[in-house]
Design a protein around this ligand. Structure first.
Ligand code: UGA
Length: 434
């Protein structure tokens, strides 16, 4: 099938390349000429395992192209709208500027019978507002939210755990067109759920709200564990054996960040307020607050570890990305902890295998060091804030001891072997531990 993908950021670039890899002919369209140039030669504009390969294959096959010219959308059977919906600068609501601009730019090139499939994460009710403009062009709007995780984006797009398509009352045929787009995944048994437009929009924000709540739940338990001498990791293991609860997303630590969970729970709160149902999701404010408090706690553990003050102490911060396998530093708890320690007068040295360039652009005031061991050399304290294997599995306490006389380690992700660090003479502190 011929497809167009409007917006070639995280979501769009991966979607375009993944759709080409399953045999479609895809044009990716973005207003950012530099991004289009990079993608056109098979370069991923961000770190995402496997994306470079499918970009190059798609381009070599002739099935995948990128352009800034919206007229290239003409002739595609399905147009995916995959632009960003960031948090508004002066509030919690989602900024829909890019979604509206994408639809406006696409309208002149729609043909009767085309399907426009919204993929962006939007406040419930957005699709119903956009539909009349698209219907006036003889096309149909469906909503097809995306559930990919950064770091696993290619796999999640080609082999999703479910496909959700929201259609208007008369949009069943358009839903079937999406069934054709995703035929390979459906053939492998991926559930294909057809809903109305509002439900599809809500499925996306509800999923992210639930995941954020799960993380903040375990972090709330970590706060209780800290004052009772309990161990939050054992607690998570024990409750996680109950299949109704499940162990995943019960990793206590410095909490969630990134371009999705934080802004999505805020946009959800804002939308619920607009709908007169603010109280229904009032708990999301608490989820947000618990999450942000864990960053304070991590800083506090470093301060305590160093005897009450970090001023002029060298602190090695292991990690800048909001999670491993990503170079994304948007709303990164790791980087926020580094900034807070810097603000207290510490000599912070941040290291990360992928995210240093992005981190430096955002926080040029911090010192960055690509080599892990150089960051650690001579440090008074180490704090692990992104659980890359380089830090979590591959950093032996004895090796760290050979690099510095400092003996304070704070585990912001509860990923280290506490017993091994303690046995090697380190003062280890985790999140939600005795
Ligand atoms: C999230 C969702 O997981 C995806 O399903 C969704 O499609 C995506 O947002 C989106 O809306 O586009 P992502 O932002 O890539 O994906 O990251 P996650 O893997 O969800 O992790 C989010 C944050 O939670 C990270 O900072 C991670 O370190 C933290 N986290 C995760 C924890 O603190 N504890 C855990 O147990 C799990």
């Amino acid at each position: 099938m011929r497809l167009s993908v409007i917006g070639c950021g995280y979501l769009g670039a991966v979607h375009a390349a993944a759709m080409a890899s399953i045999g479609h002919e895809v044009v990716g369209i973005d207003v950012d000429a530099r991004k289009v140039e990079a993608l056109s030669v098979g370069e991923a504009p961000f770190y995402e395992p496997g994306l470079g390969e499918i970009l190059s294959e798609g381009i070599a096959s002739g099935r995948l192209t990128f352009t800034t010219d919206f007229s290239a959308a003409k002739g595609a059977a399905v147009h995916f709208v995959a632009v960003g919906t960031p948090q508004q600068k002066d509030g919690y609501a989602a900024d829909l500027t890019y979604v509206n601009a994408a639809v406006d730019a696409l309208l002149p090139y729609l043909s009767p019978g085309d399907v426009v499939a919204g993929k962006s994460t939007v406040p419930v009710g957005t699709a119903a507002g956009l539909a009349p403009r698209i219907e006036a062009a003889g096309s149909t709007l469906v909503w097809n939210p995306e559930f990919l995780r950064e770091g696993f984006a290619v796999q999640d797009t080609i082999d999703p755990d479910r496909l959700v398509v929201g259609v208007a009352a008369d949009g069943v045929v358009a839903g079937d067109v999406l069934r054709e787009v995703y035929a390979p995944a459906i053939a492998k048994g991926t559930p294909f759920i057809v809903t109305d437009l509002a439900t599809a929009e809500l499925v996306k924000v509800a999923a992210n709200a639930f995941l954020a709540t799960k993380i903040s739940f375990i972090n709330a338990m970590a706060e209780i564990a800290e004052v009772t001498g309990a161990d939050v990791t054992q607690l998570a293991d024990a409750i996680g054996h109950d299949v109704r609860i499940g162990r995943r997303f019960l990793g206590a630590g410095i909490g969630f960040g990134g371009g999705c969970l934080p802004k999505d729970i805020r946009a959800f709160s804002a939308r619920a307020e607009e709908l007169g149902r603010g109280e229904s999701v009032a708990f999301l404010r608490e989820v947000d607050e618990i999450n942000l408090r864990r960053r304070d706690r991590a800083v506090q553990l470093v301060v305590e570890g160093l005897g009450g003050a970090v001023f002029e102490k060298k602190i090695a911060v292991l990690g800048a990305a909001f999670k491993p396998h990503s170079d994304d530093v948007r709303d990164s708890p790791a980087l926020d902890v580094a900034v807070r320690l810097h603000g207290l007068g510490a000599k912070v040295v941040v290291t990360d295998p992928q995210a240093i360039d992005n981190a430096r652009r955002l926080h040029p005031q911090l010192t960055y060091e690509a080599a892990r061991d150089e960051a650690i050399r001579g440090a008074d304290a180490i704090i692990l804030v992104t659980e890359w294997d380089e830090y979590r599995r591959e950093l032996a306490p004895e090796h760290a001891s050979s690099l510095t006389d400092g003996r304070v380690i704070v585990d912001g992700r509860n990923g280290l072997d506490a017993a091994a660090w303690r046995a090697a003479g380190w003062r280890y502190a985790g999140m939600g531990w005795p």
